[in-house]
Design a protein around this ligand. Structure first.
Ligand code: NAD
Ligand code: NAD
Lengths: 207, 207
């Protein structure tokens, strides 16, 4: 079993591997991966060995093979149907962000409560719909992941109804620890962590 | 010296400590912190011992003392002046987000290139200004951190000018690895990592 911190690093390696493969690289060494990510090559080799990703002496790892293995471990070798709840600034920024679709997360819908927003198009595939239709949308479009982009005061209520309609995975942007049954996974996004990671590096004037 | 992964965990503990302190808790044990964050108490005790954060047997850690120590380590015991570059969806969501100010990151300005946006107010303290004024804003308001919320195709150019005006720390939302001199720290925000962390947990049906 792969520990969560290792999985998080594999997701970071994956982005670099994707870039490398786009630039035509067939192999990559742990030392050049280490240089790009400011990590020790020994840490990278240890992480990759969790699933039998072994480099050949002198040539390194096969980029495509590594990507395929990481996709399977992270569960992104399949498509996930995603619903965004809350078509405000964050919700619409995510709906427009090609990075999610490229990694296997397809935005199948975006809902809101505001009359002014319902009916507005985001792009040719996506129009803001009424949150009252959520149950039907989750069932008909086989939604597996909900993204909470609503104000704090309604977050728990919205989460309760999303769970009631059968969703088991949540990406939560609301800065509040929300309660859910044991079989529902919630992943909290805290953008302020990146700011703290930066201030830590600046006061320690690290690389 | 504290390793980066430990610093990242300290930032996560900090948010829970802040909540606990708001709810009036004076002490907290590593086991209750562990339950809230789904981490092993031994990992928490190890992390906190890096800076001499020791709990007393039976009563645990003093919440305020821990917060003060973590603030110092993460460099959030001081105020950072922040400039947001790009007043689009992400930029405006950050400008409106109280979580940043609470953690010591004060948004001192937000700039854009679009005539339609320049002059629009965000709230009573903040109005979108012209990116052409950036050099003056960075100097007069002693900006230390720049937040890149611009399209990919202009990101490197915008970064070069921000660095030229003396900024040493960047939070980057643009999905591109940007080049900067060694003394400039860039912290990449990848929201899709949270989606991958979720899909990993869902396929491994972890807690
Ligand atoms: N995690 C972070 O680091 C971070 C950063 C910025 C913002 N945020 C949070 O993300 C959330 C969204 O932020 P934003 O800037 O996009 O806010 P916003 O006000 O622009 O958007 C919120 C949207 O939710 C809609 N809404 C309200 N009640 C609803 C309901 N019951 N069902 C469906 N939609 C509903 C509103 O109509 C609005 O369109 C907020 O909770 C904010 O605090 C988090
Ligand atoms: N990291 C992530 O996970 C993630 C998620 C969503 C979006 N994004 C990225 O964040 C960036 C912003 O996204 P958005 O949805 O807010 O886009 P947006 O189009 O809503 O906003 C971009 C803003 O930048 C302004 N701009 C363009 N050139 C400029 C310049 N030279 N100087 C100053 N401002 C300039 C535009 O006028 C616009 O207001 C994009 O690069 C997007 O790919 C990243």
């Amino acid at each position: 079993k792969i520990p969560k911190p290792v999985a998080r690093r594999l997701a970071i390696y994956y982005r670099v591997l994707k870039e490398q493969s786009k630039n035509g690289a067939e192999t990559i060494s742990s030392s050049s991966l280490g240089r790009m990510l400011d990590l020790k090559p020994s840490q990278i080799r240890k992480d990759l060995s969790y699933f039998g990703g072994f480099g050949k002496r002198g040539t390194g790892y096969n980029v495509i093979d590594l990507m395929k293995s990481i996709e399977k471990i992270l569960g992104i070798d399949k498509r996930w149907n995603v619903l965004i709840i809350g078509a405000g600034k964050i919700g619409r920024a995510l709906a427009n962000y090609p990075g999610l679709i490229q990694d296997g997360f397809t935005i199948k819908g975006i809902v809101d409560v505001s009359e002014k927003k319902i009916g507005k198009t985001i792009d040719e595939h996506l129009t803001i719909e009424d949150v009252a239709e959520m149950e039907k949308i989750i069932r008909e479009r086989k939604i597996e992941i909900g993204v909470l982009c609503v104000p704090s005061d309604v977050a728990q209520k919205v989460l309760n109804s999303v769970i009631q309609y059968g969703i088991k995975g949540i990406v939560n942007f609301v800065p509040k620890r929300l309660k859910a049954p044991k079989d529902v996974m919630i992943e909290d996004v805290q953008i302020s962590l990146s700011f703290k990671a930066l201030s830590f590096r600046m006061v320690n004037s690290e690389r």
